[in-house]
Design a protein around this ligand. Sequence first.
Ligand code: DGJ
Length: 739
Amino acid sequence: MIHFDRENNVFHFFNEHISYVVYIDGFNRLETLYFGERLKDDRDVLQARTTANENLYLDKKMNLLTPYPGDFSPHSRLEYSDHGEMDKRDSPIVIRNENGSTYTAFEYVRHKIYHGIKPLPDLPSLDAPWKRDEPFYNRDHVDTAEFVFRDVTANLYLHEFISIYRDKDVIVKSFQVENKGKKVQLLRAFSLQLDLPTSDYYFHHFSGEQNRERKEHIEKISHSVLEIGSNYGRSSHQENPFCFLSEHENSYTDGEVIGFNLVYSGNWKMRLSPEPDRSLHIVYGISDEDFTWVLGKNESFYTPEAVLVYSHNGIDGMSQTFHRLIRENLMTAPHTESRPLLFNSWEGAYFYFTTDSLLEYADHAKELGVDLFVLDDGWFGKRDSDTSSLGDWTVNQEKIDLHRLIDHVHQLGMRFGLWFEPEMVSPNSELFRAHPEYVLGMGENKDWSSLTRSQLWLDFSSPVVIEAIHKQIHAILSEYSIDYVKWDNNRAMGEHFSNFYPAEKQGEITHRLTLGYFHLLGQLREEFPGVFFEGCASGGGRFDLGTLYFCPQIWCSDDTIGSMRATIQYDTSLGYPLSAISSHVSAALDDSYRTKVDVALFGTYGYEMNPTKLQDADKEELKRGSEIYRTYHHNVIQEGVLYHLADNDLYSSMISVSQDQSQAMALCFCKRTRPYSYQFTWKLRGLDPKKRYLCHLDHKTYSGEYLMKAGYHFCNDSYGEPLFQRGKTLLMILTESNY
Ligand code: DGJ
């Protein structure tokens, strides 16, 4: 809900739990008065205005609040800091006018309040209709205020959109820069500014590399600027756009937490600046490195949506809100209902397969209980290694009879999926030989240079290049009966000069590449509504809300070793629902199949190994996994509520509970061997204290209250061997019992 107090110029965004309050001050700026737990009495919020205290002097030009004119004192907390005045905090939007000046001063002119969120042109957005050209329609579970500001020096308008969900503690923000005057250049176009009254927070962010994605790091904010982001052309392995601030260092249940994410997949940046008065100034959005955008007369630029989640119940309060938001308001594509148990050819066959070997794989996969058989890399062009053929999306008829394989898979009652890497080209390909100008490079008369995994980025900023790829994929999806597509992206962006744009527009390329990715995904998704798209980027290099809008699940990491996986999935699940986290059991040698199955069950489950080489005991283990998946995945993992119990040097543990609290699955993964550890008390959360549960480990029943207050007690007698052995898992399934 949004309440506008006309007399006092105050806008109160609120739902049952939270309030966000902004105020048009005497200088026509939008001040941020409050963000936090719900305020019930509207009269209070006025007290937070900068100009509330008559003894203070507000110098508009200086944006200073002082007891005396000219004195130095803190800035007001604003929705938007002008650039080029005395407020030296980062402005979210920086614009160079035709005369070279970067001074802007935006003043409020009008606003409107409506139901729903307007889908952003060319960008994925929350609650967007399934087909992009469907008209915007009102939705009454979310309300938006659109503020319009006019620059005092140029004919430029800034629109700020602030939305609040009624049923979730979520604020969504974005900007539109509208040019009604002479041509200007955007130098920065972030999605939000957030000024918080204190910087007394811990900052949690998720950094890593390939095979080590999204490790949580916690920094106490002190006096220096913190900055995270990506300029890899994708959201990246190195940092994830999901991050959060917490009052307590690491409490899942208590204290204030503010979570951030961006509905975007390209270069991004967040900068947190503690101010001298200990307030915290945050800007967040598309990275301003390698970014400029020419805005002609009557053109607009839209920034992606930035999502803010507020919790006063610790980290899990935030985490669960993100999960619900992503599941209910972002993944609007069909196919989100039930996730197939998947078999992927990659880690078993790599590039080395024949039609017959894959037919045999399919038979074995069926025996394991698989629903969807996926043929990964190597089926097209002349691709028998990673050195050729990206860009030539025609079936290698000499290598594989794809129709025969698909028919066989379908006859076995499984669905069929195929791998693509649409944004890339191999120098050794027909496409590259015919169109070397289709790749991103260093600029005129210079060769393309950085070659990674023997491949180059196609220039997806150009509709011509996108169409060349679209035509080929469209032909494959039309000719073959394909139910699923895995969309991969196996190198970071290097050079980003485009042969299709003039010099002044080269700064637009990195953003245009991301728009091109969204465009082709969106187009194919609409043309083939029966096809399920899954995201991937060398494992989890593009695990973000932009991709999740199109692909309801993303391959989380190429690392399938239990110990790595357990941490990657645990940390990823702080911001993303388990149903988004694609996790497979592989033949990785480090762990037993028991461990790998237990860990992979906490995600969208699948297998990738040579199934013809499995030992009988291992097959039984996998069948056990398939059975658990079929029985509990939908209610407990996909639609359930996730609680993080602990992630310390000894073990990591979480529990997912069905919405009706009748079923639960708890996982404990041991990271370090403790030779004499024969007992362990496992305190659970999220159960119904009044219900009794049958514990599938010992076939005894316990009340939810007991399991949450006293905890489940393992000891030598009940388990037989030391519990804390590195790489070992405890998987507890609980089902409601009448006894
Ligand atoms: C990287 C992916 O993460 C793997 O699963 C596999 O699809 C390979 N690419 C294929 O090249």
